[in-house]
Design a protein around this ligand. Structure first.
Ligand code: NAD
Length: 481
């Protein structure tokens, strides 16, 4: 393990370009050993009021800043974050338990989100519509205003990055509430933007009780967009609150990704990559592959190779250089995961490996593989959001697609096949926002990411990503009078 040369940053509110403290605090814990590593300031109502005021002022300044200059500042902040990659990665491994090698990749991914959006922000084109002489019809896109954003704990740097990048690249200001368990990633982002010369009030960070903050911010008329990533249940309640104020929302919610393995691929190879991807970030990824539907001819080989790979993984402290899988991010997840495993077994599912919390300190849940799990088991409908895979066999692609579509979610889905006919059927019939064939990558900065059904709506990334942060204005200009 590397010496811990990087200190965990002091967690403070960032409002109007100033670092502020508060009277009340919550502990921030290291999930690898349950030790306290920091104190999270709980924002007061006065401080939230101040954040709204400065964000409005910040919006006036930033929306009138030339897109090229906005892009320059975002790119400079990203350059600084790349320079500080190791320091940021060590912080987020400490607070989330994520293996350090994954944290480094996450920081780079966060920078890529900034870089893509910085470039896209210069291309928010409108159009000129052909018209009669002496009149012009223009359609322009303008930044929507001040955005209230809420990011989750599973990617402490790249999730806030995605929210901040979209807002800033479009000319909006933002008040972000990062997850209370993992605040350091956002602190590093704010430091980089401050050093890059972002005007005060354009980006603000508040921490505290999630419901108190969303309950205060969303009804404010100055808030023109609510952007949330997290569970469907919280997303639904924030959407209802926003709709009472006619405020639009961007919702990136849960998933329960299926993987269909057809009979024309190498079962062992696909088993290995599937196991590695499943256990990435201890399965705490909204696109994590969970329900594996494997053609019955390949099933025994696939199961062998998957379980073998899982059992070879090193589970340990997030800062360990050779750690493959860390703990889950907070204690509340352990009971949920245990319930899902117990329920699956009671209904006839087989436990092939793992299945319970590891003894000792830290929120470690063993990498777990279940097979032959019946459809009525809770885990077939409830997103585990943890290191649990279900391996079931299917007689045909038709059956696989039917099972894949049988949940309320529709975020990501995967399939392995070399047949063009199979791919065509998958494209036509899968009910998801993101379909990946022969790869378990679901989201890159260049492509739009988001869900259908209970997985939410709106897209982040691609050229679609910035559209939510803008309004369309139609201008009619008569030149004759
Ligand atoms: P949770 O719903 O309690 O919390 C998820 C996130 O939402 C946290 O970061 C929290 O700060 C925030 N949050 C909660 N209530 C809020 C409110 N009223 N206003 C504003 N923000 C609020 O769930 P959990 O137990 O921490 O995580 C498990 C579930 O969350 C999973 O089942 C998964 O679906 C979902 N999740 C999804 C993502 C994702 O990337 N889509 C990320 C993290 C969690």
């Amino acid at each position: 393990m590397k010496p811990e040369t990087h200190a965990y940053p002091k967690i403070q509110l960032f409002i109007g370009g100033k670092w502020l403290d508060s009277k009340e605090h919550l502990p921030v814990l290291n999930p690898s050993d349950e030790n306290q590593i920091g104190l999270l300031p709980v924002v007061s109502e006065d401080q939230l009021d101040c954040a709204v005021t400065v964000a409005e002022e910040g919006f006036r300044v930033w929306s009138r800043t030339a897109p090229l200059e906005r892009s320059r500042i975002i790119l400079e902040a990203s350059r600084l974050m790349r320079q500080r990659c190791e320091e940021i990665a060590q912080s987020i491994s400490l607070e989330s338990g994520k293996p350090i090698r994954q944290s480094r990749l996450e920081v780079i991914r966060g920078c890529e989100f900034f870089e893509w959006d910085a470039a896209e922000g210069q291309r928010l084109y409108g159009r000129v519509i052909p018209s009669a002489p002496h009149i012009r019809y223009l359609v322009i896109r303008q930044p929507i205003g001040c955005v209230a954003s809420f990011s989750p704990w599973n990617f402490p740097m790249s999730q806030p990055a995605r929210k901040i990048a979209g807002a800033l690249a479009s000319g909006c200001s933002v008040i972000l509430k990062p997850a209370e368990q993992t605040p350091a990633g956002s602190i590093h982002i704010a430091r980089a933007f401050q050093d890059a010369g972002l005007p005060p009030g354009v980006m603000n960070l508040v921490f505290g009780q999630p419901a108190d903050i969303s309950g205060y911010l969303i009804p404010r008329e100055e808030i023109r967009l609510v952007a949330f990533t997290g569970s469907t249940s919280v997303g639904r309640s924030l959407t209802m609150l926003a709709s009472a104020h006619m405020t639009p929302v961007l919702m990136e919610l849960g998933g329960h990704a299926p993987v269909i393995v057809c009979d024309d691929v190498d079962a062992q190879d696909v088993g290995v990559v599937s196991a590695i991807r499943k256990m990435r970030n201890a399965g705490q990824v909204c696109t994590s592959p969970t329900r594996f539907y494997v053609h019955e001819r390949l099933y025994p080989d696939f199961v062998d190779s998957f379980v073998h790979q899982v059992e070879a993984m090193k589970v340990g402290n997030g800062r360990g250089e050779d750690t493959d899988m860390g703990p889950v991010a907070h204690s509340g997840r352990l009971k949920v995961l245990q319930d899902l495993v117990d329920d699956a077994r009671e209904r006839g599912g087989k436990l092939l490996t793992g299945g319970s919390r590891r003894q000792g300190s830290g929120y470690f849940f063993e990498p777990t593989v279940l097979s032959e799990v019946p459809d009525d088991a809770k885990i077939m409908k409830v997103e585990p959001f943890g290191p649990i895979a279900v391996l079931n066999s299917i007689p045909s692609l038709d059956e696989g697609i039917e099972m894949a579509n049988s949940v309320p979610y529709g975020l990501a889905a995967y399939a392995f096949t070399h047949s063009a006919a199979n791919v065509d059927q998958l494209i036509n019939e899968m009910e998801v926002g993101n379909l990946s064939i022969n790869t378990l990558e679901a989201s890159v900065p260049e492509t739009p990411f988001g869900g259908v059904k209970a997985s939410g709506y709106g897209r982040e990334g691609g050229d679609e990503g910035l559209l939510h942060y803008t309004i369309v204005k139609n201008v009619m200009h008569s030149i004759g009078i």
